[in-house]
Design a protein around this ligand. Structure first.
Ligand SMILES: [Zn+2]
Length: 197
């Protein structure tokens, strides 16, 4: 065998069989992962002005419900309005749209969501606070609180506090998580060969 080809074969074999030297340090921690799942789910939303996702997690760090804002099942979202303002409230999205929190609770794949934590992109409104309380969720981790001063959010805080539900703003360690479908074709070999022989 040509010595160069042989050398390549040896290197390739080593890359395939050697385990990486150390575990990855930049892996996603649980809270970032769950918040990212909420944000990814929000990408399913057809709402042109606000895409919100929610992810419910049980005490074993297992996801038991995911949801995003959208029109109710079976209601054609081409026939319902998506506007935020109109002279008639019936021509806005508000009377119709289901918030991410509602959908995440309704989509649960466990018997219930008692004692669970909800990760959600936006601080929940008062209507969602009611659902969160009645569903037995114990913690709410939100990213943005941009509607903090509205009556809906004020009422929501009041309800959550009275019901003893903790709510905490999530502080991400990174601003961006990129999903690159190509990475699966690069990582294994590349990382193995990064290790010293
Ligand atoms: Zn809501």
């Amino acid at each position: 065998m040509n010595p160069e080809v042989k050398q390549d074969a040896v290197l390739q074999k080593r890359a395939e069989t050697e385990t990486p030297c150390k575990k990855r340090q930049d892996y996603l921690e649980w809270p970032e992962y769950f918040m990212a799942v909420a944000f990814l789910s929000a990408q399913r939303s057809k709402d042109p002005s606000s895409q919100v996702g929610a992810c419910i997690v049980n005490q074993e760090n297992k996801i038991v419900g995911i949801g995003y804002n959208g029109m109710p099942n079976g209601c054609d979202d081409d026939l319902l309005p998506w506007s935020r303002s109109a002279s008639n409230k019936l021509d806005t999205k508000y009377p119709y749209v289901c918030h991410a929190e509602l959908n995440a609770i309704m989509n649960k794949n466990s018997a219930d969501v008692k004692g669970c934590t909800m990760y959600v992109a936006l601080f929940p409104c008062n209507e969602c606070a009611k659902l969160i309380i009645q569903a037995g969720i114990k913690d709410v981790i939100y990213l943005s609180d941009k509607y903090h001063d509205t009556p809906e959010m004020t009422a929501s805080r009041r309800l959550l506090d009275l019901a003893g539900i903790k709510h905490k703003q999530f502080e991400p360690k990174r601003n961006k998580i990129v999903i690159d479908f190509n990475s699966i074709n690069l990582s294994g070999m590349h990382k193995a060969t990064m290790c010293p022989p």
